[in-house]
Design a binder for this molecule. Sequence first.
Ligand code: PLP
Length: 497
Amino acid sequence: MPILYKSTRSDAPAVTASKAILKGLSPDGGLYVPTEMPKLSKPLEELAAMDYRELAYEIMSKFLCDFTEEELLSCIAAAYDSKFDTEKIAPLVKKDGAYYLELFHGSTIAFKDMALSILPHLMVTSARKNGVTNEIVILTATSGDTGKAAMAGFANVPGTRIIVFYPKGGVSNIQYLQMATQRGDNTHVVAINGNFDDAQTAVKKMFNDREMAAELASKGFQFSSANSINIGRLVPQIVYYVYAYCQMLAEGEIKAGDKINITVPTGNFGNILAAYYAKQMGLPVEKLICASNENKVLFDFFATGEYDRKRDFILTSSPSMDILISSNLERLIYKVAGEDSKANLAFMKSLTEKGEYEITPEMKANLADFYGGFATEQENYAGIRELYEKTGYVIDTHTGIGNAVYRRYAAKTGDRTPAVIASTASPYKFAVSVVGAIAPEMVEGRTDFELLDVLSEIAKMEEPAAITDIRTAPIRHRTVADPEAMPDAVRKILGVI
Ligand SMILES: *Cc1c(COP(=O)(O)O)cnc(C)c1O
């Protein structure tokens, strides 16, 4: 039976993978989930002989059932190419007894590249398959990282445009330069006189504005979203967990069938959900360790069964994990509720209306695959420093949370299961904090770019091209707008006024 996608919030008919990718969100507000979890159908030894692209096809073809072999192979070839600075795409590095799965070798040196480099191709293929002839216009509000990764993915992909809105003055200097220097005639960046929420609210309003949709459709455009709840982002993320296992197997670190643990520094719960899906497909995984920073909603949830977002938002040195509503958790809630969309809807309504919900003891019992942990800023920094002092290996502050949580888990439980830690960003992306952890005395009085040089010395690493590039690349984007003027900024970019 081919796999279709159904909503977590109603019993509306399931749709094909390509329709789910085009829509992003189900019309009832739910997230799309597969009607059935496909299983790994080849022996692990055989998977271990595949390169990243072959394995990507093996896994993704089980989920994207209405894509032809040719279509999917061409999406994979366009995504996982020389944009990545290593043939392995997602190399696994063993340090101090743990395996760091480096997901930051793509164009913006963070893990979102893994999915955002293929999503544009999946989307264009989906549009073609469904007879959509309009040009796809991606709108994204960003607090810094996602917008850049989305632009890098969509840049120069025929049939698409991307418009990114960010809060003027609300991103780091490096993040600003990364966006403002973005190449590609179909990429557009608008700085907003407001904060991230203003940008986000205005983007959501445009997505829901039927008049604007009709106006743009008449000119040959339609909006779409590169949001992390799109199954076109989730499915490609399953691949690298299987790949990690296969690398351990190929290098003789484990035998086929041995269990591993996977630790994921978590924000929106997308990356760890992909690991859970890999386990459901039959990958031998024991524990999924969900690592949070001081915004520890998920830690509390796994401990008590109560999800409570009513708390202060804490700004940390792992900003991509500073999240109080982990959207992708809804897919897990639906699953552990026995795929009961009514029950899930009630929880999600309670979250919107009351800021909290509590799952039943039966549901909580279904969460046994997960272990929740969190690390403070101090523990994160101490862990980064200790790993560096022991091995010379430098990790970023998001990976640092995974590292600190895993090390404490192992010490507390004595669990010696081989452990993979998802390494979600290059230390160069968060150089100020990383140098602050390893050599705090070096930070004072140095500019961002000087600290990048310090990092290269400390880590004995070559600066990634993504960083070198922004030192000299010309500024290409200078548009500024008030939040109310965002629709007109879009019209102007598309040349319809
Ligand atoms: C987005 C992000 C995360 C969190 O991933 P989720 O899928 O949202 O849980 C962690 N680390 C980095 C560097 C990220 O960019």
